[in-house]
Design a protein around this ligand. Sequence first.
Ligand SMILES: *Cc1c(COP(=O)(O)O)cnc(C)c1O
Ligand SMILES: [Zn+2]
Length: 442
Amino acid sequence: MTYSAFLRCFEGCPGEHPLHAAFYRCPKCGGLLDVVHDVEALKQRGARRWIDLFQDRRVDGRYPYDSGVWLRREWVAPEVGDASIVSMGEGATPLVKAGLLGQRLGLEQLWIKQCGQSPTGSFKDLGMTVLVSTVVHAMRKGTLSVRAVACASTGDTSAALAAYGARAGLPVIVLLPRGKISTAQLVQPIAAGAKVLSLDTDFDGCMKLVRSLAESGLVYLANSMNALRLEGQKTVAFEVVEQLGGVPDWLVVPSGNLGNVYAMFRGFELLRTLGLIEKLPRLVAAQAAQADPLYRAWSAGKQEVAPVVAGETVASAIQIGNPVSAPRAMRALSATSGVVEHATEQEIADVGARADQAGLYVCPHTAVALSAVEKLRGRGVIGVGERVVVVSTANGLKFTDAKVRYHEGALSNVVSRFKNPPTELAANEGAVADAVRALTGA
Ligand SMILES: *Cc1c(COP(=O)(O)O)cnc(C)c1O
Ligand SMILES: [Zn+2]
């Protein structure tokens, strides 16, 4: 059996376009594109036999099947052969039950999907392995010639592209908003040898510039407007269903440019098409109140998302005012009875600190999602016994600056209610013993 996939207009224009060429938008209407699989071919294998195949590969565990993305390669990028795969064991991340934190937020069943436990520390690796592998495949076939792959980034996309590009020997160019990403994120592409253009603008400004570079053919575009990225990201849905042993009632996604929430929808939708699940989870797109164009549109009952100028937020990876995948997100929400929620800087800081104190060391974006959970639970939208999965999008270790400032009480406009600064004292036995007594109530 051969499996195949192609690009199709998201808005419904007729025609199919190959994955192995530089298509980012519909040539007819300029709209977004979807990767569409030959599901009839996939269905012929049957749900049970797919599960068995993946199980065998997992037991084997050899490259590239140590990757959660390539484990299910027929569902993701069926035409990319072994020799073109550029993988670093991405995906296959833990789904952690957050019992104590769940209790504190009023939930019996809260789970965290740890997508930040990944080669470059964010879920962006899932999409980038597919994009870079497909580019390598197309270059070998001779259907694509690429001088450089490029992206605009709020930090994590560039870290992932730089690493996967370096692995593949592809030149990488990244456009970053100067002063708006964490040190850890900035140093990742620099260390990987990418050419970093640090620009005096915000993410939306960088995005506009990289799109015009791509349109003029100077670079190959690696932002999530490129539908290939979403193919890798959708594997989170496959893993969640497997690890939970079923479909959660809610899946909560920190959302900025809005590609990932749609990728989740596409993943669950494929599982349903193949007969592996019957219902879809309700999706929650969680935004920072400082950068919440989707929240504003959704709350006003509008289908069109009007751009805003994104204000500064500690959740810097979602500091986006003009999300490219807004129409995709709207479709995902309407197909899943989804909800949009937002969180203020104070709410992000509070719930982030409480999550950390339950042992989770969350990134600020995950805190945005947790705040959304707390608010939806508080209003009774999410029921006490419902199964809730929060997609943790990045590793907390990338956001040391923000955590240090929180515990120093130095974040502007935020009260550090749960701060836990170190006690400084002389290194003598009496003083230390007194301190321990005071701290333990002895
Ligand atoms: C990219 C990113 C997001 C947002 O994903 P979108 O697809 O842009 O909505 C959320 N959190 C982190 C940590 C990210 O890097
Ligand atoms: Zn079209």
